[in-house]
Design a protein around this ligand. Structure first.
Ligand code: S3P
Length: 177
């Protein structure tokens, strides 16, 4: 297993926010797969979905993940919520390092993403229903991919980051306050 810390979980779970905390605490770089895909394409995720379709987005996601395996220094990786859906991605994620699932309930997602227009999979009406259906389908897959599951409902990012470091036994020597 590699040394990276990889955050997985649903949209709105707090992967980027918790990732930033971990990055600061461990003085490690934070990489965000959505941002890497956007930089490659020169478009936002929504634009990629609209102009090239979800399959093209998923293919780029897999390519970006493969590229991460070449990184030597340990980093924090925040992934798009659909990253573990492809079986080959699940294996690649687990090989990269410690996979941590930030688990949230549908209500938390809807609260946090109220008014958000950047998630094409949640566009349109019946957001609550879409979130519930997707989470029901994805929950077991996140669980099967993760080495560690952390509940993220109603908790501060700082507390979640601390729990991750404690449970991964990442000691104070390598941490900054
Ligand atoms: C997706 C999650 C998004 C982004 C894309 C698809 C998903 O990332 O990759 O909109 O399938 O759950 P976040 O989890 O960072 O919102």
């Amino acid at each position: 297993m590699g040394e990276h810390i990889i955050l997985i979980g649903f949209m709105g779970a707090g992967k980027s926010t918790v990732g930033r905390r971990l990055s600061r605490k461990l003085s490690r770089q934070l990489l965000d797969t959505d941002a890497m895909i956007e930089a490659r394409a020169g478009m936002t995720v929504s634009e990629i979905f609209a102009s090239r379709g979800e399959d093209a987005f998923r293919a780029t996601e897999t390519e970006v993940l493969a590229g991460l395996a070449l990184r030597r220094e340990p980093v924090i990786i925040s992934t798009g919520g659909g990253m573990p859906m492809r079986p080959e991605n699940r294996e690649a994620l687990r090989r990269l390092g410690h996979v941590v699932w930030l688990r949230v309930k549908p209500g938390t997602v809807c609260e946090r993403l109220a008014g958000d227009t950047t998630r094409p999979l949640l566009a349109g009406d019946d957001r609550q229903q879409k979130v519930e259906a997707l989470l029901a389908q994805r929950g077991p897959i996140y669980g099967e991919t993760a080495h560690l599951t952390v509940d993220a409902d109603g908790r501060a990012p700082e507390e979640i980051a601390e729990e991750i470091l404690t449970k991964l036994h990442i000691g104070n020597i390598r941490r900054e306050a």
